[in-house]
Design a protein around this ligand. Sequence first.
Ligand SMILES: O=C(O)[C@@H](CO)OP(=O)(O)O
Length: 259
Amino acid sequence: MGERPARAGTLLLLRHGRSTTNAAGRFTGWTDVPLASEGVHEAERAARLLARDGLLPDVVHTSLLRRSIRSADIVLAGLDRQWIPAQRSWRLNERQYGALTGRRKHDVRAEAGAGLYDHWRRSLHGRPAPLPAPDLVRLRADPRYATLRPDAVPAVESQADVTARVVPYWADVLAPRLRTGAVVLVVAHGNSLRALVTVLDGLDEAGVQRLDIPTGAPLRYDFDPDLRSVARGGTYLDPGAARAGAAAVAAEGHRLPLS
Ligand SMILES: O=C(O)[C@@H](CO)OP(=O)(O)O
């Protein structure tokens, strides 16, 4: 058995840069949309922040969706670390938003009311209607999910469902790597990262409900040797920008986007 490092590694969480559907104010979920040009700039800026703090990842983890993969590629190019191993998993995908997928958040909020909108969007157990059957059939035929049992490709997920699929990824993949002292970069999505933070910080239901993750804002977690986070909530590398970004995410759907 090797020696246990004096402290475990560093976890860097990054929500992908703004996507085209984020910019249009639409629910996105498992739809595979590209980054908006602003999202490319956000990822480039994230790389500069990581470089500023000397945070050079040893390994990167992404979802199977191109907005996370592209963001990770941009960050690693900015750090001259494109050679590090990459691991991709559906477990890091965005929450499956079911029938809300593709709909404008502003329209959903106006139709359903603020209470139901917030329940669907941010509560732990709120679950909108499922994806229409033809869309689900198409999704289950997508080759990127070919190794999954078809019923593992969800028709809709609550935030609790997302947490349930993220927990094994934390326990079986990320945590063992951090225990080796590695710097681990995870580039994923608003709700899969909310799920990870729920586990890292032991959030209760109210904490989950209040949590918003801004796009393109690196969030750092350091751990003690027992892999307990040393700072609750982690540390954003640019706290001011992260606060403003999180507030903008929280307010999505309240107004129509300008573009
Ligand atoms: O649309 C989505 O899939 C997510 C993230 O972009 O939205 P929300 O922040 O409303 O959960």
